[in-house]
Ligand binder design. Structure first.
Ligand SMILES: *Cc1c(COP(=O)(O)O)cnc(C)c1O
Length: 487
């Protein structure tokens, strides 16, 4: 295909500009976008999951004077950028915790942009998309067996969900001491306790002015678990002498998917005054299967919970959900409300949840209609669909884990508890592990990511994609074996 001259003047614009030209061909344009989408979706198996280091990176172009029009830009994108994109929404991208996109979620996501609502007031005159968002939060509560008395909403991801929850916790903590931190700022250290807080929660402590260095680390349990030691937690609580504090617990740690003892934390909550946050970004979805639901038993007593949409729910990126107990809604409101902005509407309504306006309950003001992909997917596949996605992921992880145990050169660094595997080279120096992972990924058949577990360099594979099949696991085993042969 010939190179596109970005300064070429288009005759067919006549006296129109590129925008008017495009406006007259919605149908043709969307047809081409559909074809571009299908050429990825139907060939996902052939799409490498790792950037090809041999391909020279695309050169950036300047901004054209008159504009190229969408059709040309689509061609330009296909020629220059598409060859560099990786199949990260496909079945063998198991680095980090990377979900995929169900067909229904894709439909919802496309229509989110088509409608482009600014999702705000539940009882808004200008827009009702917030009602669908609330309805979607209710569907999620059903899916995850969470009680009715949680309110919730959509943010960009689990990081912002943790931020929303911990921001509200900060305000609650102030209120315990007669302080209004949102108004007056933070003047004292807030005690925050955790053993396995995800890096995003620690980043939230930085962003919230609580200070990441002020996190008190609770000891980890001494057996092969990746959870907080309840005895150490109790001692740390006792040494606070009754002062209120914030506890961050984990429903699914990123290395070994371990779950804190929620029943025991719930029992402590009856005796001590603290805000209990659960980060269940992906592990919370254990609740979808009766086989794994026990892992989160008791989490429903928490004050706030984070889950991610773009991981095990398999909706596209830009989707995290927070749940906060309804009784704390004023703490959320006092943290995130827009004061001094009469143009945003009557804020007193927000003290009534059924008239709430999302822009006074979370960090963002203007907001994408983020719930729609989740609503489409939840309605399309229901409880059974999500049970199958979760159970399939766990089975696939077990298969690969069992195979790794048969390999003389490999060893698991932790038992495979749910959907993540954490393994390393049996006699591998850290550099050899790095080299192995680099080679493995460069084949383009599988993508895994590095970690350090209990001081040991290791490799993680996390299964949360709805499409991963047995055949994918066989293919992953083959590429691992091939890579080991080449070491
Ligand atoms: C992924 C993850 C996060 C961060 O989520 P983002 O969606 O990347 O912002 C937080 N906590 C846990 C346990 C996670 O797995």
């Amino acid at each position: 295909m010939g190179a596109i001259n970005i300064e070429e003047e288009r005759d067919d614009y006549n006296h129109n500009n590129a925008l008017n030209f495009d406006k007259q061909q919605w149908n043709g344009l969307l047809e081409q976008v559909k074809q571009a989408a299908l050429s990825y979706l139907l060939q996902m198996d052939k799409q490498p999951v790792c950037v090809d280091p041999a391909l020279p990176l695309p050169q950036k172009t300047g901004l054209s004077q008159k504009g190229l029009g969408t059709e040309n830009v689509l061609k330009l994108f296909k020629e220059t950028w598409t060859p560099h994109l990786v199949g990260s929404s496909g079945p063998r991208y198991v680095g980090f915790v990377t979900g995929g996109v169900t067909p229904a979620a894709l439909a919802g996501d496309w229509l989110t942009s088509v409608w482009d609502q600014n999702t705000q007031a539940v009882s808004g005159q200008g827009d009702v998309s917030a009602r669908l968002e609330m309805a979607t939060v209710d569907l999620l509560k059903e899916l995850l067996h969470l009680p009715e008395d949680f309110m919730g909403g959509f943010v960009t991801g689990a990081t912002m969900s943790n931020f929303t929850c911990l921001g509200t916790a900060r305000q609650w903590w102030g209120a315990q001491k007669g302080l209004n931190i949102a108004l007056d700022g933070l003047k004292e250290n807030i005690p925050v306790l955790s053993a396995t807080a995800h890096s995003s929660s620690i980043k939230c402590l930085s962003m919230l002015g609580i200070g990441s260095a002020n996190l008190t680390m609770v000891k980890m349990s001494e057996n092969d678990r990746e959870i907080m030691d309840m005895r150490d937690l109790s001692q740390k609580i006792i040494s606070l002498k009754g002062a209120p504090f914030i506890l961050i617990s984990s429903a699914g740690t990123v290395n070994t998917v371990d779950f804190d003892d929620f029943k025991a934390i719930g029992a402590l909550k009856k005796k001590f005054n603290f805000w209990w946050h659960v980060d269940g970004a992906f592990g919370g979805f254990a609740a979808c299967s009766s086989a794994y639901q026990h892992l989160v038993a008791g989490w429903e007593e928490a004050d706030s919970i984070t889950v991610d949409g773009h991981k095990w729910l398999n909706v596209p990126y830009d989707s995290g959900i927070f749940f906060i107990r309804k009784k704390h809604h004023l703490s959320a409101y006092n943290t995130f409300r827009n004061s001094n902005a009469p143009y945003l509407g009557e804020i007193d309504n927000d003290t009534l949840l059924d008239k709430m306006n999302y822009l006074n309950f979370l960090p963002e003001n203007s907001r994408r209609f983020r719930a729609l992909p989740a609503w489409f997917s939840l309605m399309s596949y229901g409880k059974e669909g999500y049970r199958q996605i979760v159970e399939n992921s766990v089975e696939r992880a077990r298969e690969l884990s069992d195979w790794i145990e048969t390999q003389p050169m490999l060893r698991l660094v932790a038992p495979t508890r749910l959907n993540n595997i954490c393994f390393t080279l049996k006699d591998g120096a850290p550099l050899a592990v790095d080299r192995f992972l680099y080679k493995l990924n460069s084949e383009g058949d599988v993508f895994m990511s590095p970690t350090v577990y209990k001081g040991k360099k290791a490799i993680r594979a996390s299964f949360v994609n709805w499409q991963t099949s047995r055949a994918d696991i066989r293919r992953i085993e083959k590429v691992i074996a091939r890579t080991l042969d080449q070491l």
